[in-house]
Write a protein that binds this ligand. Structure first.
Ligand SMILES: [Fe+2]
Ligand SMILES: [Fe+2]
Length: 214
């Protein structure tokens, strides 16, 4: 079992500090540079550009949520190894966040104004999942990563093939999300009940609808 070295109040202050950093500052210092960042950029027509901007805004918010979910789950992880597993995954999600931010900057568009809300609600969701125990918490990771994998594929199918920068980012993210899901399965994650999966799908649809626009 994990030993509590600092009080829950200290930990919550630390998490609030992280929340402020993530929602108010662009991500820095990725451990893996953005795929194809040196490639020549593709010039989209107006309609395609608007669509790619909206899709990358969704992916950026998805990665803000991933940070919040993993850190929320890590906060109440029962076992030290589960905590380490979740923090390692969060580090990789930080790379995804950085890559999405870089692509959003390239496209000269903006991130979603709703990110603070999605961070806070995702953190609460992750923390709640962790309270049900590590196997449920890993099960939650499995379902989240599966849903992210599916929406990344939907985005890949919509983006012009000539836009190799966006494709390279999404392809690497998809490969990483599949591995995160598999790692959670290998760690003992259980299949969540269908009604819980349906609620998660519903929340994700609302997020995508809003964030594509604002
Ligand atoms: Fe990710
Ligand atoms: Fe992931």
């Amino acid at each position: 079992m994990r030993k509590n070295n600092s009080s829950i109040t200290d930990k919550l202050f630390g998490e609030f500090d992280r929340f402020l950093k993530i929602v108010a500052n662009p991500p820095e210092n990725p451990s893996q540079l953005t795929p194809e960042s040196e490639s020549t950029d593709y010039i989209h027509n107006h309609q395609d550009k608007k669509n790619v901007e909206g899709l990358m805004r969704i992916n950026h918010t998805g990665e803000v949520c991933a940070q919040a979910l993993y850190y929320g789950q890590a906060l109440f992880a029962k076992d030290r190894s589960t905590h380490a597993h979740l923090i390692k995954a969060a580090d990789e999600e930080h790379n995804h966040l950085y890559w999405c931010q870089e692509r959003i900057n390239d496209l000269q568009t903006h991130t979603s104004i709703l990110n603070p809300f999605w961070y806070a609600s995702s953190f609460a969701l992750g923390a709640t999942a962790a309270l049900f125990g590590d196997k449920i918490s890993y099960g939650f990771v499995i379902e989240v990563e599966k849903q992210v994998e599916d929406h990344l594929q939907e985005h890949i199918d919509q983006i012009p093939t000539e836009d190799i920068k966006t494709h390279a980012i999404l392809a690497q993210m998809k490969a990483d999300e599949i591995r995160h899901g598999q790692d959670a399965r290998d760690a003992g994650g259980v299949d969540l009940p269908q009604p819980v999966k349906n609620i998660m799908t519903g929340m994700s649809k609302i997020m995508k609808f809003l964030v594509y626009r604002i």
